[in-house]
Design a binder for this molecule. Structure first.
Ligand SMILES: [Zn+2]
Length: 258
């Protein structure tokens, strides 16, 4: 082989190598460009998730930190450990639909103070409210869920009752309320009442959110529950309610898609 031929071969090889490299770059570039955009409501990363968590074999995600944060996220993917018991539970000084002195009256101190203020101000504006159910211990939630399972079976029960460890009532930061007439306690007929409308408009001023808003089931895992108030503190509550988003969206957590 003469020198000229060898040069030609080398040039040809170089062109081939260059073409391969360029094609690779183009592919990489196109690949980056063609990646699907994430759901708009989960795009912004300005807020971080409330704590570290790890996915378990059963698909649930257990918190490992910040369980006691007032903004703790609890849902079907973010489960409380069995041993969790909230600190500073006290009886909320508000009227309930029942008379007994049970754990259902309890909330964490900050939330109990806030719900009392909310009830007092609501009353002053002609809106009478009653508590239906606040704190529920892990043991109570387990017993409650078991009773539904024996009645309707596991699959049916989990469509309307939270699995133990996934109920916000176990945090001491949630409360179900109803109107002063006591009708529609934790029932759909509470929706659209003047009390429900007042809560929608004012609850955030006291640090509460309507935790399961209308048409957000794909994100929260729950149908609209106008009666279920969750304390998260005033600053977060105002952001969530003013934007019309959920706690999951606020933390950019994965939707529950129940
Ligand atoms: Zn509730």
């Amino acid at each position: 082989m003469d020198v000229l031929k060898l040069d030609k071969l080398l040039i040809r090889d170089c062109i081939i190598i260059l073409a391969v490299i360029l094609t690779g770059f183009t592919d990489m570039f196109l690949d980056t460009k063609s990646k699907p955009e994430s759901t708009p409501s989960f795009q912004s990363k300005s807020e971080s998730t409330p704590s570290v968590h790890a996915k378990q074999d059963d698909g649930t995600i257990h918190f490992e930190a910040n369980l006691e944060s007032i903004s703790v996220l609890v849902n079907n993917l973010h489960k409380l450990p069995e041993s969790y018991s909230p600190p500073d539970l006290i009886c909320a000084d508000i009227p309930f639909v029942f008379q007994e002195k049970t754990e259902k009256r309890k909330m964490r101190a900050e939330a109990a103070g806030a719900i009392k203020d909310l009830f007092i101000d609501a009353k002053a504006q002609g809106i009478s409210l009653l508590g239906v159910s606040a704190y529920r211990s892990h043991a109570t939630q387990t017993a409650l869920f078991q009773s539904y399972v024996s009645k309707d079976g596991f699959e049916e029960a989990k469509t309307y009752s939270a699995l133990p460890g996934t109920s916000e009532h176990e945090t001491g930061l949630a409360i179900d309320v109803t109107g002063g007439d006591g009708k529609c306690p934790a029932q759909d007929c509470f929706g659209g009442t003047k009390e429900a409308i007042w809560l929608e408009e004012n609850a955030a001023d006291y640090g509460f959110i309507i935790r399961y808003p209308i048409e957000k089931k794909a994100i929260t895992g729950y149908q609209y529950e106008p009666w279920h108030l969750r304390y998260v503190g005033k600053s977060i509550a105002l952001k969530i309610m003013n934007k019309g988003i959920t706690l999951e969206e606020y933390f950019h957590a994965e939707p529950v898609n129940k």
